[in-house]
Design a protein around this ligand. Structure first.
Ligand code: MN
Length: 313
């Protein structure tokens, strides 16, 4: 029973699910089954239950390299990740062109290079700007020079802001993809020194865990939405499950204590749905090998539902 009135949140709206089972950006194996785990958790049926017309575009084809990268490589699996991101950008544009809201399932966070490139390319061709809300424990703003690991999932936000490997920044033929003044980052608590420098240089707004503790998620997410919604088209939402506290999201290869609570994350998604303006949604870095009873995949699905307008009453 829908208590708020007859109209379901998804009525007259269409979404497309795109799986991006890429794990080459991460050092710990197991994120490549994230899309399957969220499908097992009933994503399609549950989104349809909100009244949306749902199309599942299936999983992106991911190439495997002939051999692993040599030790000390500064951009591990660059070729495979570039190819995956190019295809994802194209699929995202197809979905948007069909009037659908893309729901992208990771895979590791390097795939955001493809999804955000697709969204910004689609709207740039129409003379529009795109904003961003990025939920993460980490800044994801390393460059090949500052990265301690060479893992590309630690670099996507820097790439989208125009910093890093030209193979990645050049996807869709233009760079930077995003204006830092239209971007907000929520949940940081583990930032590398090189990233700190880049954050200051670019002037991107970070709502760290310290600020969320102090001011509350409600005020922080309101401000983040205000920043991202300054873009003329709307904004992309990407959520790394490590933004959440490991107690609520154990299925991650990059857990850091002291993260968002279950309710803080839901509140953020609910406010995003309420305000409107999200152009695409993305949940990444669910590691099925480390998850407990599919709990983190279930959480990913629930958060997508909240971002699509599911309410308690
Ligand atoms: Mn991330």
């Amino acid at each position: 029973m829908i208590a708020r009135g007859a109209r379901a949140p998804g009525e007259g709206r269409r979404v497309s699910i795109i799986g991006a089972p890429c794990g080459f950006g991460a050092s710990v194996a197991g994120v490549d089954l994230g899309p399957a785990a969220m499908r097992v958790a009933g994503l399609r049926r549950r989104v349809a239950g909100l009244g949306y017309e749902v199309r599942d575009m299936g999983d992106l084809r991911i190439e495997s390299p002939p051999e692993p990268p040599p030790p000390g490589e500064k951009l591990r699996y660059l070729r495979e990740i570039t190819a995956a991101c190019e295809r994802l950008a194209s699929d995202v544009k197809t979905a948007l062109g069909g009037g659908e809201l893309p729901i992208v399932l990771g895979g590791d966070h390097s795939i955001a290079i493809g999804s955000v490139s697709g969204v910004t390319s689609f709207y740039a061709a129409r003379g529009e700007t795109v904003g961003l809300i990025w939920f993460d424990a980490h800044a994801d703003m390393n460059t090949p020079e500052t990265s301690p690991s060479g893992n590309i999932h630690g670099m996507p936000l820097a790439v989208l802001l125009g910093q890093g490997a030209p193979e990645l920044t050049g996807i869709e033929g233009f760079s930077p993809k995003l204006d830092p003044r239209l971007c907000a980052h929520i949940g940081a608590r583990d930032v590398d020194p090189g990233e700190r420098e880049l954050i200051r240089k670019l002037g991107i707004r970070f709502f760290t865990m310290r600020e969320i503790d102090e001011r509350g998620m409600s005020a922080c997410v309101d401000e983040a939405i205000h920043i991202a919604a300054k873009a003329t088209a709307g904004y992309h939402v990407t959520l790394d499950v490590d933004a959440l506290d490991p107690g609520d999201a154990p299925g991650s290869g990059t857990v850091v204590r002291g993260g968002l609570t279950y309710r803080e994350a839901h509140l953020a998604m609910e406010k995003i749905a309420e305000t409107g303006g999200a152009l695409a949604l993305e949940v990444v870095e669910i590691n099925t090998a480390l998850d407990i009873n599919n709990r983190t995949a279930e959480l990913g699905v629930e958060l997508i539902l909240s971002a699509l307008g599911k309410t308690i009453l």
